[in-house]
Design a protein around this ligand. Structure first.
Ligand code: ADE
Length: 225
């Protein structure tokens, strides 16, 4: 899979991919992540990437030209399955969308800034708009990193134990059960006995029960789906 991210703040996107699981996935060639500085494509002599909003009002709007030229350059080499614009008024991201996007070969993600991008970018260049939740971030970069992380960890070979992504919360619309590790007794705080019983059928049943109970308590909306 290839993920190309377009941003005016490329530095913001360095660290998420420079550590741990995502770095290992990149180093192993399981995913290619490109961070592209939109400003470098600006034909303006001051490399401007934004301008005042037509009709007035506070806040700058990202202009079409540098975004379009950056996209065209990347599209010379790659055909994208989705061109995603990160925006708080997009479709709300969830595990189902993560699963779906993780099957794609090439994805482009455009990060908005200031008041967002010129509406014509959204109408003519973007294929999908995604929000990571009902709150507003300073820009789309952190949101893009969230989406990229959730896709990359689903790619075959990225997690050591491939089944562990399947047992994540939200797969099957259930929250994950509680987990414990050694010691089995910490100052009298004990691990549920079933987990040290060695009976894997009982352990599976217990985990499933716990998942259902947790989902009922914390996210009953998931069970209605
Ligand atoms: N940009 C700003 N806020 C955002 C959000 N909640 N989701 C996606 N992109 C955003």
């Amino acid at each position: 899979m290839k993920i190309d991210i377009l941003t005016v703040l490329p530095k913001l996107l360095e660290s998420p991919f420079a550590d741990s699981i995502l770095k290992r996935a990149i180093d192993a060639g399981l995913v290619e992540v490109g961070i592209h500085d939109i400003r470098q494509y600006s034909t303006d002599k001051h490399h401007k990437v934004d301008d005042y909003s037509f009709g007035g009002g506070a806040g700058m709007v990202m202009t079409i030209q540098p975004i379009h030229d950056c996209m065209l350059e990347l599209q010379k080499e790659t055909v994208y399955d989705e061109i995603i614009y990160m925006t708080p008024d997009g479709e709300r991201f969830n595990q189902k969308i993560a699963n779906e996007l993780s099957m794609k070969k090439n994805i482009m993600i455009l990060c908005g800034h200031y008041k967002g991008v010129d509406q014509r970018v959204r109408e003519h260049l973007v294929t999908r708009e995604i929000s990571i939740g009902d709150y507003v971030l300073s820009g789309g970069e952190l949101a893009a990193a969230v989406v990229a992380d959730s896709l990359i960890r689903l790619l075959p070979g990225v997690l050591n134990d491939e089944t562990s992504a399947l047992s994540d919360s939200f797969q099957d619309n259930l929250l994950a059960p509680p987990v414990y590790t050694r010691p089995a007794d910490y100052n009298g705080w004990k691990v549920p006995e079933v987990l040290t019983s060695g009976n894997f059928k009982l352990i599976d049943d217990w985990r499933f029960e716990q998942s259902i109970q947790r989902t009922k308590e914390r996210r009953p909306d998931l069970l209605e789906d």
